[in-house]
Design a protein around this ligand. Structure first.
Ligand SMILES: NC(=O)c1ccc[n+]([C@@H]2O[C@H](COP(=O)([O-])OP(=O)(O)OC[C@H]3O[C@@H](n4cnc5c(N)ncnc54)[C@H](OP(=O)(O)O)[C@@H]3O)[C@@H](O)[C@H]2O)c1
Length: 388
């Protein structure tokens, strides 16, 4: 449940950044996307506070807003957009690039169009720029649930079921409700199956996924880029305020990493700035990032990473590495979202199965066959395995 928070006063004396100086990427559709997206998820906030943060982000020059049905605050983000027009920060919502996401609970084909209509109504716009399928499967958890929450109806990626959802998402694009379509949290196997089954104008143009200096996803990024899919990274600062269900003792903090800290000291900037500059500059500036902040100075500092290059090639190499012993980089596969609340029964409690493509199925029949075999294995295991 959202907690009451201490009101934070945004500092209107902080000067913004000219949005025209903020970097952009060209999507495979030819459309232009600002590389820096202001995130609108915050688990601990009273939701109306997000209105003030989004309004402040627009005042300070952010023109890409990342939203989702799952964040349960599209209405307040919509209010912020209308207020920004009233204040004269933008002339209309058309000045913004808005990303929205189809929630897992709305992936049944008959639910997709109504979900989009609710999103458009809540945001107060006729169309958005990019609509992402939030997760590859229809598994839901209750908002704010604890880490041990399990949904017995959860399933792995089943391609023929997913294609029914994707077909509806494509229709939304053809109806002009979204300019472009994309995915989020999709792995290489899911994307390969999708790309094999769609026409050129039905392909995802972007995949939004967890990406930060200690979780670089180099191989997945390389695959997507080779397919013309832009990779946008979320939790780009290592999500220091993420919900407790996504916090584990194994996790390391990106902003405390010695290499990030030493580069920050060399340049006289914060570790946050180094992390976001890495997110923008890597791979010749072909990707993007989502970040959120609740203070005017951080909001503007984060956007500056997208408008001024900061890191030298040598500093980028120290973070990214090049696969050689001399330049290992700092990637630690430090995944913050384990997704354990989405686990299906046959994953047998192992969250890594969510990400390692070992349980991805082409058809419902294939999955039913696997499920029957698993249930038999599980039954025999319970009958025979010694539990001391
Ligand atoms: N597609 C998906 O499945 C998915 C999943 C997760 C997140 N997202 C998107 O990604 C966005 C960002 O994720 P996130 O908020 O978890 O991670 P994040 O952007 O890495 O971290 C944000 C936190 O970092 C702090 N911060 C911001 N700027 C800072 C600075 N310059 N110096 C020091 N600390 C700073 C902020 O603290 P304060 O709050 O105190 O300002 C904020 O709470 C979300 O809002 C959402 O839009 C998408």
């Amino acid at each position: 449940m959202a907690q009451a928070i201490e009101p934070v006063l945004f500092d209107k004396s902080v000067e913004g950044i000219d949005p025209a100086t903020v970097g952009q990427v060209t999507l495979s559709s030819g459309k232009i996307m600002p590389v820096a997206a202001f995130g609108t998820f915050h688990s601990d906030w009273a939701q109306d506070y997000m209105k003030d943060a989004t309004l402040e982000a627009i005042r300070l020059g952010w023109r890409h807003i990342d939203t989702a049905r799952a964040y349960e605050n599209e209405e307040v983000v919509g209010e912020a957009i209308r207020q920004a027009v009233k204040e004269g920060y933008i002339s209309s919502a058309d000045d913004l690039f808005i990303t929205g996401k189809l929630w897992n609970g709305h992936m049944s084909p008959e639910d997709v169009a109504p979900a989009m209509d609710s999103t458009l109504k809540a945001l107060g716009v006729d169309k958005i720029d990019l609509y992402l399928n939030h997760w590859p499967w229809p598994n839901v958890h209750t908002p704010g649930c604890a880490g041990d929450h399990r949904n017995p109806d959860a399933v792995p990626y089943i391609h023929d079921a997913f294609m029914e959802t994707w077909g509806e998402i494509v229709k939304l694009k053809k109806a002009g409700k979204t300019v472009d379509i994309g995915t989020s949290n999709h792995t290489e196997a899911c994307l390969k199956l999708l790309l094999a089954d769609v026409a050129a104008d039905e392909r995802p143009v972007c995949n939004q996924m967890e990406m930060h200096p200690l979780m670089q996803q180099t191989l997945l990024r390389g695959y997507m880029e080779s397919e013309g899919i832009v990779c946008t990274g979320y939790m780009s600062l290592g999500s220091p305020k993420r919900p407790s269900r996504d916090t584990f003792k194994e996790h390391r903090a990106d902003l405390m990493d010695p290499v990030i800290q030493s580069i920050a000291a060399e340049l006289g900037v914060s570790p946050a700035r180094v992390s976001l500059s890495w997110a923008v500059q890597r791979e010749n500036k072909s990707g993007g990032f989502v970040a959120m902040a609740a203070r005017s100075d951080w909001i503007v500092e984060n956007l500056r990473a997208a408008s001024e290059d900061l890191l030298s090639d040598e500093q980028l190499l120290r973070i990214s590495g090049d696969g050689s012993e001399a330049n290992p980089g700092i990637d630690a596969n430090n995944r913050l979202i384990w997704g354990q609340v989405f686990l299906w029964p046959e994953a047998d409690g192992d969250w890594r199965i969510l990400w390692d493509d070992s349980q991805v199925f082409k058809t419902r029949a294939d999955y039913q066959k696997f499920k029957a075999a698993f249930n038999e294995y599980d039954k025999v295991k319970k009958e025979t395995a010694f539990r001391g």
